[in-house]
Design a protein around this ligand. Sequence first.
Ligand SMILES: [Zn+2]
Ligand SMILES: [Zn+2]
Length: 159
Amino acid sequence: MAFQDRELTCRDCGGSFVFTAGEQEFYASKGLQHDPVRCPSCRATRKMMRPEDRDESPNYGVFASWGGRTPRQLHVASCAQCGQLTEVPFVPRGDRPVYCSACYNEVRARQEAADQAAAVHAAARISSSSVSVALEGPGPAAEQRGEQEGTGGTADVPE
Ligand SMILES: [Zn+2]
Ligand SMILES: [Zn+2]
């Protein structure tokens, strides 16, 4: 069952907004048959105007990511990676992607892994350059680097 992005008109502000495929999938997964009638910002505004709603158990699974403590001001945004609706405690800007908590952790883990891989790569380069130095005349510093090369040997990355 494939969803396609659709443009809808907000009932409150009359502006058009995109009901993305990801959001449609999210709605469908919640058993909601109808389309949203308001744009994300009007939905967030209405939510803030009814504080009693915030005490109810969350409708969106991603709410739980705030550890039960709901920040005062939330802005609805769709996750840049999975498209699922999430709420963030800052105004989403076009210049930086917004992720749901699951994707954020994923993205961050991937970033850390990439940083680590880059560090290993850099270390490998230092080690290989120290090998040529070692050929000319091994010194105490070269021996130390040699040890590092041994421990880093398992993280070989194929070029
Ligand atoms: Zn609106
Ligand atoms: Zn996501």
